[in-house]
Design a protein around this ligand. Structure first.
Ligand code: TYD
Length: 204
């Protein structure tokens, strides 16, 4: 039996460089790269409902349940089988995004939102969460004009999301590492690799 792979999650707000860094880290680790919402065929349909500008009137609890449903399918179909087969998995957003966006952002109880995702995933937590932080101005500049339904939610919402990520990182410092995302792509990548080396003992 291969030894179990490591589950590494990149979290952060819009324009934090998460997706770029997830791709770079995946190449170095020869990992499986995936993302939420939308990492499976069922998830792609849920993603359209969740983020499509055509969706109107979605209640906060429905949004939280659909994010959790996407995660349940994703863990069952992609993440857990890959880890069990000994592959490392790099995931662009996971449970921390639900706690930050649906909990702190939308105003649902963050512990309940977390509990919902833990139920959905049969308790699967990442081995490491890298939180990329950038000031709101940098985020706005990087994301430019095109916005999805959630990106459209306004400045106060996104400030609560950022606070929600910071609270989670502070509450679980063994699992979370905060990396300043304002540097160059290569500088940030080096910091991400350093975290993977130090926290997980991987030879990268
Ligand atoms: P995405 O297009 O993947 O862009 P990015 O990750 O680069 O911002 O957008 C995913 C959106 O879904 C983003 O606005 C955050 C939101 N989201 C939640 O609200 N809750 C969640 O649990 C997840 C995984 C994502």
């Amino acid at each position: 039996m291969p030894s179990r792979g490591k589950f590494i999650v990149l979290e952060g707000g819009e324009g934090s460089g998460k997706s770029t860094q997830a791709a770079l880290l995946t190449a170095v680790l020869d990992a499986v790269l995936t993302r939420e919402p939308g990492g499976t065929a069922v998830g792609a349909q849920l993603r359209e409902v969740l983020l499509g500008r055509g969706t109107t009137g979605l209640s906060d609890r429905t949004e939280a349940l659909l994010m959790a449903a996407d995660r349940a399918q994703h863990v069952a179909e992609v993440v857990e089988p890959a880890l069990a087969a000994g592959r490392h998995v790099v995931c662009d957003r996971y449970l921390g995004s639900s706690v930050a966006y649906q909990g702190h952002g939308r105003g649902l109880d963050p512990d309940e939102v977390r509990g919902l995702s833990l139920w959905a995933t049969a308790g699967l937590l990442p081995d490491l969460v890298v939180l990329l932080t950038v000031p709101a101005e940098v985020s706005a500049r990087r994301t430019g004009g095109a916005r999805d339904r959630i990106e459209d939610a306004g400045t106060a919402f996104h400030q609560r999301v950022a606070d929600g990520f910071a609270v989670q990182a502070a509450a679980d410092p063994d699992r979370w590492v905060v990396v300043d995302g304002t540097g160059t792509k290569d500088q940030v990548a080096e910091e991400v690799l350093a975290a993977v080396r130090d926290r997980l003992g991987l030879d990268v």
